[in-house]
Design a protein around this ligand. Structure first.
Ligand code: SAM
Length: 145
């Protein structure tokens, strides 16, 4: 553990909120699965028009803020091992800037809501960004406009 200053310089916009079936860490998968439960990614105004064209993609990257993580561990003992690892050698939610990423399957878009499979975060997790999956950067069809 190291002493850390109060984080005050990130200035992220939380652009939405993620709705999942999991309210406790013990129930949440460690990594999302493409056949996991359908989850809803809600986009806040004024960012809803930024979804234009995203429906063309089958897979998207979702970046979120692991808001219930501690942020002061430099080394950790993950549950799956009896060894100690550096934080940057793990995908643990415990990290100085707790950003999580998944590649999710995009099922459909309804107004400000995206329905996806493949998530692994707690209900209410703040959304940081969405991007087309880099492997699927060519859309299924040319986005209209
Ligand atoms: N897939 C992401 C990644 O690799 O960057 C996150 C992986 S992390 C191992 C997923 C775990 O983080 C979940 O199993 C849960 O224990 C924890 N977690 C999920 N949502 C969280 C949140 N909002 N705040 C803190 N911890 C969370």
């Amino acid at each position: 553990m190291v002493p850390v200053s109060e984080p005050d310089d990130a200035r992220l916009y939380f652009i939405g909120r993620i709705h999942t079936p999991w309210s406790e860490r013990k129930d949440c998968p460690r990594q999302g699965k493409q056949d996991g439960p359908e989850c809803r990614v809600e986009i806040f105004e004024p960012w809803v028009p930024a979804l234009q064209g995203i429906e063309s993609y089958e897979h998207i990257e979702i970046l979120y803020w692991l808001d219930r993580s501690r942020r002061d561990l430099v080394v950790q003992n993950p549950g799956h091992s009896d060894k100690t690892f550096g934080t940057f050698a793990l995908r643990s939610p415990v990290r100085p800037n707790p950003i999580g990423t998944v590649g999710a399957k995009l099922l459909r878009v309804e107004g400000p809501n995206l329905f996806v499979r493949g998530l692994d975060c707690l209900d209410g997790t703040p959304l940081v960004d969405l991007k087309p999956d880099r492997c699927a950067f060519t859309p299924k069809a040319t986005p209209k406009n």
